[in-house]
Design a protein around this ligand. Structure first.
Ligand code: TGC
Ligand code: FAD
Length: 387
């Protein structure tokens, strides 16, 4: 079994099943994803051929019930999956967390039994791909101001508007679209093959290049009445999905940070300057020590959060603190480890800079660092500082 940084022996708290999940996802990522990630990142390509394999490993909607073709794992295992996928690349974790937390979860939590049986087994197997449309060109941090509308036309709804920066968009079979119906935010399962629905790819990104990001455009898209998710109204619908996804990101960021730490540790032990390994200089050790300490703190916060989530005792603000802290920690780690590799750090032979570029998006999506700061601030003070 591969051994990563585990300074406080967190593994001793994991069950044999949780350790086994970590090992199997690690092996999949190492053998099947890592050999081409650098080339795919350079070519702005997401390798869709891996999706059925990801599904067959039980990594999609992994914390949802077996009845719907899912693995029914606990939240530690769900977190570990995200951590191991993001050790590979944030784009790989993005694919899985959108499918799991932002597409499967709302169907599971807010859908009818027919909607669940129709979509969840296929999404779990990776036979169908989903995306989640909340952000609009002019409404990001403040989704309540969205202007996409759904109009009740008697026997169908008519959707008009646009969503922006949508992960998986151009390859999705369905989109969970949040639109205002009679002024209230509602969720719809919209098949992307419908007339008037287009998903232009967003090109030329410096970040998350091995991930698909798209616009969604709705021009009089006619959706059937059974596309509406009936069991939620208002912004708490999409925000509840974000709580699931942000939890996964808090774990995922640790994987990206560990990958960067491992790279810097082995590089600085090998690389010599002034006649000794650069790992022997005090300033290098200070950097490694700081990173290892921050990763360890993040691991324990996230582990405890998963335990709270298993008991249904976690709060959105706790999830915000973990997302905010861990992503900032991972981004700082990647920037530091990139510098520790000197000029080699900018080469695509190494991964710190790829992680660093990706983490700039992770810092912004699923609620920016600033928005999470304000969510925690509101929890502490009881005063909202958003507007
Ligand atoms: P506010 O009045 O605070 O809340 C409206 C209703 O929602 C409830 N609520 C939540 N419920 C569940 N989970 C949460 N995290 C919740 N936060 C709030 C709240 O209790 C209320 O319920 P009710 O019953 O009273 O109606 O709403 P607000 O308009 O003041 O907004 C607050 C704010 C700014 C925190 C919120 O809008 C926000 O989080 N903004 C950030 C937007 C965001 O995160 N967008 C992400 C888009 S998806 C994405 O980025 C995917 S990237 C995926 C990938 O590639 O991995
Ligand atoms: P803005 O909201 O315009 O914010 C710009 C800046 O202003 C930020 O620094 C922000 O923190 C700051 N700011 C805003 N309001 C405040 C305030 N009240 N106080 C202090 N500072 C503030 N969205 C989806 O719906 N689905 C997806 O699948 C998806 N995938 C994404 C993939 C990528 C690669 C990226 C980059 C984004 C994705 N997003 C997705 C969108 C993402 O959620 C938004 O970018 C994010 O919510 C921020 O919105 P914005 O970009 O419009 O920035």
């Amino acid at each position: 079994m591969f051994k990563e940084l585990d300074f406080m022996n967190l593994d001793s708290l994991l069950t044999p099943e949780e350790l086994q999940i970590k090992d199997s996802v690690r092996k999949f990522v190492t053998k099947e994803y890592m050999p081409t990630v650098s080339e795919n990142f350079e070519n702005a390509h997401f390798d869709k051929s891996l999706i059925p394999k990801i599904g067959s490993l039980g990594l999609l909607g992994a914390n949802l019930p077996e009845k719907y073709g899912c693995a029914n794992l606990n939240n530690i295992s769900y977190g570990i999956i995200n951590q191991e996928l993001e050790r590979g690349d944030s784009g790989l974790r993005s694919f899985a967390s959108v499918q799991s937390a932002l597409v499967m979860y709302p169907i599971y939590a807010f859908g009818t039994e027919e909607q669940k049986m129709k979509w969840l087994p296929k999404l779990a197997a990776g036979e169908k791909i989903g995306c989640f449309g909340l952000t609009e060109p002019d409404h990001g941090s403040d989704p309540n101001s969205m202007i996409t509308t759904a109009k009740d036309q008697g026997d169908h709804y008519l959707i008009n508007g646009a969503k922006m920066w949508i992960t998986n968009g151009s390859m999705a079979d369905i989109a969970i679209v949040w639109a205002k119906l009679d002024g209230v935010v509602r969720g719809f399962i919209v098949e992307t093959s419908l007339d008037g629905f287009t998903q232009p790819l967003i090109k030329d990104k410096y970040s998350l290049r091995a991930s698909i990001t798209s616009e969604l455009v709705f021009d009089n898209v006619k959706v059937s009445k059974d596309a509406l998710l009936p069991n939620v109204k208002g912004l708490k619908g999409p925000l509840s999905c974000l709580t699931q996804a942000r939890f996964g990101i808090a774990w995922g960021a640790i994987g990206a940070a560990q990958a960067c730490f491992d790279e810097a540790l082995s590089y600085t032990k090998e690389r010599t300057q002034f006649g000794k390994p650069i790992a022997q200089f005090q300033l290098t050790q200070q950097k490694l020590t700081k990173i290892a300490t921050e990763i360890t703190k993040a691991q324990f916060m996230t582990y405890h959060l998963a335990k709270l989530k298993d008991k249904g005792e976690h709060t959105p603000a706790q999830v915000s603190m973990a997302k905010m802290n861990n992503v900032e920690m991972a981004l700082n780690t990647a920037r530091t480890t990139r510098s520790m590799l000197g000029a080699n750090g900018i080469s695509s032979e190494y991964q710190s800079m790829r992680h660093m570029c990706n983490l700039e998006s992770v810092y912004t999506y699923e609620g920016t660092h600033e928005i999470h700061t304000l969510i925690v601030g509101m929890e502490l003070t009881g005063l909202a500082a958003f507007n």
